[in-house]
Design a binder for this molecule. Structure first.
Ligand code: ATP
Ligand code: MG
Length: 558
């Protein structure tokens, strides 16, 4: 699957060692365990590539498992979008799609087992009291007055919790470990809470729900996961997972923690992304400015560019922030190889070729992709009235401006050399509304037979043939590098210019372009037809990235 040789890193080193020592009988079985409380983002892509990538590399297996233990935040829409994103990224869980909610009965039995062993108790303290009793990093916690209930009383109360006799928040089941442990996670963590809420899969069957820390290790154990790969913040939870599995006497995976992906100019937490959606800063989870897989896809990112990005960033043990320019570099590299070149004018200025016969049209040959000779050529119509980019004309050209200006000659890409001989302006505003030019018929294709030098080459479309198109120019959603750290929240640093919508013209070869197709608009950038809004009747393009590659420059300097 991966285009590059399999990477090596500290996780793979550990797996190599486990294979060498036969720790899991040579098995490698990983999992990707999203909580269906939002769409997947580029950080999840790192975890997906890692888990599925390792399974493929070692001829092992990777499960897709929904960690659906929190009914109030989880929805079927999220489940569907997650399945879609993993598949789109190019990974296959085959018949191994699991749900933590399928293990609720088993988890409940395990909880009863711990109660019977005197290792778990029902606590009547409120959430606030539990927090207060918990102590701090410097102070030990205090034991709950309910901690020493008898096994019989605990079994009875837990059964009644499950039966729905008690109100939300009135009681919890806690593990009986050590209120003085230096690790706060070990201070009698909550295992079950009462929550009279319908679950997207189990409906109203349950009114007690397992806490993540209780559930997660059991899920891995039930599925026979060998290497449970998670992000660094779970390092301190590992002793607790070990404790649970030891007390239950069940199978132990090996947990390995790695640094989560942080990207500059991006927030990655699902909670924050949800805020952006709910408050209408973006059009939805799949808005092309979102770092979600669905958003990147609509923006024009390809699965292989995202996998390539994940390969390049690698995995490490310490947190860092990756420059978003690297992600943009990966999609540029991919599209440079694959995207057909076309001409589009986004800020049109009318040009009339005075000496070109009225009513005449020529078909000129244009190269589809200079990076891919097999892509061939196409015909582009040329006629008397054209559109060029407003920026490609200056009435008073500054030094080093080699494009069109009064009296100047430029090359129209694939067409002719033209010279500007007149400028028509709006009488009231003084704005340039039209240029008059002449063309040199001897320069068809763009070269002058006398070898005279013309430095500027600009793109154009024929006004009578071009198709109108809505073009959405996306920019970074935030104005600062670390929007997640901003006091007052990331909403205060949203880029007001993150979306600019233009009506431009594209060459007629784009008629009926299928949605989700990528192109290079010559000299402008990579664009794709929008997956949702573009149709044969109404072309809508999203700018994926402009052409200029700041990462390539950084790399050259290194
Ligand atoms: P968030 O903090 O963004 O809400 P999460 O960790 O709560 O994410 P989960 O659905 O629990 O989201 O994540 C599923 C898997 O993806 C976990 O194994 C988690 O470690 C991994 N993951 C989540 N965010 C990142 C990230 N930024 N980089 C790498 N892996 C991540
Ligand atoms: Mg989580």
């Amino acid at each position: 699957m991966s285009e590059q040789p399999a990477p090596s890193d500290f996780i793979r080193d550990i797996i190599d060692e486990d294979i060498r020592t036969n720790r899991f009988g040579g098995r490698v079985h990983t999992r990707f365990p999203p909580e269906p409380n939002g769409y997947l983002h580029i950080g999840h892509a790192k975890s997906i590539c890692l888990n599925f990538g390792i399974a493929a590399q070692y001829h092992g297996l990777c499960n897709l498992r929904f960690d659906d233990t929190n009914p109030t935040k989880e929805e079927q829409e999220y489940v569907d979008s997650i399945l879609d994103s993993v598949r789109w990224l190019g990974f296959d869980w085959e018949d191994r799609l699991y749900y933590a909610s399928d293990y609720f009965e088993q988890m409940h039995e395990y909880a009863v087992q711990l109660i019977k062993a005197g290792k778990a108790y029902v606590d009547d303290l409120s959430a606030d009291e539990i927090r207060e009793y918990r102590g701090t990093l410097t102070q030990p916690g205090r034991e709950s007055p309910y901690r020493n209930r008898s096994v019989e009383e605990n079994l009875d109360l837990f059964a009644r919790m499950r039966a729905g006799e008690f109100e939300d928040g009135s009681r919890v089941l806690r593990a009986k470990i050590d209120m003085a442990s230096p690790n706060l996670n070990m201070r009698d963590p909550v295992m079950y809470r009462i929550l009279h809420a319908d679950h997207h899969r189990t409906g109203s069957k349950w009114c007690i729900y397992p806490m993540y820390d209780w559930a997660h290790g059991i899920e891995d154990s039930i599925e026979g996961i060998t290497h449970s790969i998670c992000t660094l913040e779970f390092e301190d939870h590992r002793p607790l997972y070990d404790w649970f599995l030891d007390q239950l006497g069940i199978y132990h995976p090996r947990q390995i923690e790695f640094a989560r992906l942080n990207l500059s100019y991006t927030v990655m937490s699902k909670r924050k992304l949800l805020q952006l959606v709910e408050k209408g800063y973006v059009s939805g989870w799949d808005d092309p400015r979102m770092p979600t897989i669905a958003g990147l896809r609509r923006r024009g990112y390809t699965p292989s560019s995202i996998r390539d990005f994940c390969d390049r960033i690698g995995v490490a043990k310490t947190d860092s922030t990756i420059d978003i320019a690297l992600l943009e570099h990966c999609i540029r590299e991919d599209l440079n190889r694959s995207a057909p070149r076309v001409m589009a004018v986004l800020n049109p200025l009318r040009v009339i070729i005075d000496n070109y016969p009225e009513g005449q049209t020529e078909e000129l040959d244009a190269i589809n992709n200079p990076e891919d000779p097999a892509a061939g050529t196409r015909k582009v119509p040329f006629s008397r009235v054209l559109y060029i980019e407003r920026d490609d004309f200056r009435e008073q050209p500054p030094p080093k401006f080699f494009r069109l200006a009064p009296g100047r000659e430029v090359r129209l890409r694939y067409a002719y050399l033209i010279t500007c001989i007149g400028v028509k302006k709006d009488e009231k505003t003084g704005e340039v509304v039209e240029l008059h030019c002449t063309y040199d018929p001897a320069t068809r294709g763009g070269d002058a037979p006398d070898g005279r030098k013309v430095r500027g080459t600009i793109h154009w479309v024929s006004a009578a043939h071009a198709l109108p198109a809505e073009v959405r120019l996306y920019d970074r959603l935030f104005t600062v590098e670390n929007p997640g750290d901003v006091e007052g929240g990331c909403e205060s640093v949203i880029n007001p210019k993150s979306l600019e919508v233009l009506t431009g013209y594209v060459e007629p070869s784009l008629a009926g372009a299928a949605s989700g197709t990528s192109y290079q608009f010559e000299r402008l950038g990579y664009f794709c037809t929008d997956l949702k809004d573009s149709s044969a009747q109404r072309l809508v393009f999203n700018r994926t990235v402009p052409l200029r590659d700041s990462w390539a420059k950084i790399e050259k300097r290194l």
